[in-house]
Design a protein around this ligand. Structure first.
Ligand code: HEM
Ligand code: HEM
Length: 172
């Protein structure tokens, strides 16, 4: 086996697309709730994109256990770091959406969504006191840093080592 299975590859790239969408939506939400102009539709879209990331991660780990993974590219300290980053990424793909769900349950966001009243959506001043929201915000930053390291690693393989690592994650 020299490549990931097609369904592992599909879930990898779909997760990336959903994360980009959830990130942009989340970022604009935090500005809009502050000015009181957030809509429930934008909120719901963010929750759906983030929720699908969680479900997709469960599915991906199921595929991983069934299909296996290609042999490690090497055993250098950098390869071990890359593997550690993969584990941390999987962990974040779970805990980040969970912290989002906890934010909804531990703030008035849940009440706003249930009653359909966007005016109940909490603004920044309220969220400052919601622990799950602070965790959610921090985890977003941790995710961005880890993804940056992960992508830099992929670029190093592609353009410096020229070992064609990206082919392992390309549909076949
Ligand atoms: C896994 C993908 C997710 C990403 C990348 C993400 C990203 C973000 C970002 C960037 C913010 C803005 C934080 C700030 O600066 O205040 C945010 C806020 C928020 N997210 Fe998520 N999120 C994800 C999943 C979820 C899920 C699954 C839920 C709930 C079911 C959720 C609920 C919320 C709520 C309620 C806020 C507060 C909005 C506000 O600050 O006004 N998120 N998210
Ligand atoms: C432009 C963005 C990205 C590129 C170029 C990229 C590239 C790659 C490549 C080439 C691999 C295979 C590594 C190997 O065979 O050792 C891989 C694996 C992986 N990627 Fe990405 N990736 C990107 C974005 C992401 C994002 C956003 C996440 C999740 C937050 C992610 C999570 C993972 C994980 C967990 C693995 C390990 C798969 C496993 O062994 O189960 N990647 N990526």
């Amino acid at each position: 086996m020299t490549q990931y299975s097609n369904r592992m590859i599909f879930t990898h790239w779909l997760t990336l697309a959903l994360l980009v969408a959830a990130w942009f939506l989340g970022d604009s939400l935090s500005e809009l709730t502050d000015t009181g102009s957030a809509t429930l539709a934008a909120y719901q879209l963010h929750l759906v994109a983030g929720g699908v990331v969680l479900l997709l991660t469960l599915l991906r780990l199921f595929f991983r256990s069934k299909d296996g993974v290609p042999k490690a590219v090497g055993n250098t300290p950098m390869d071990k770091v890359a593997k550690g980053v993969h584990h941390l990424l999987y962990t974040l793909l779970f805990v980040l959406p969970l912290s989002g769900i906890a934010t909804v349950f531990s703030s008035d966001a849940g009440r706003a969504l249930l009653s359909g009243d966007a005016k109940l959506l909490p603004g920044k001043d309220v969220y400052e006191h919601v622990f799950a929201h602070s965790v959610h915000e921090t985890l977003v930053t941790v995710l961005l840093v880890l993804v940056a390291i992960h992508v830099l690693g992929a670029l190093k393989h592609q353009f410096i080592m020229k070992d064609g690592l990206i082919k392992r994650m390309t549909p076949h």
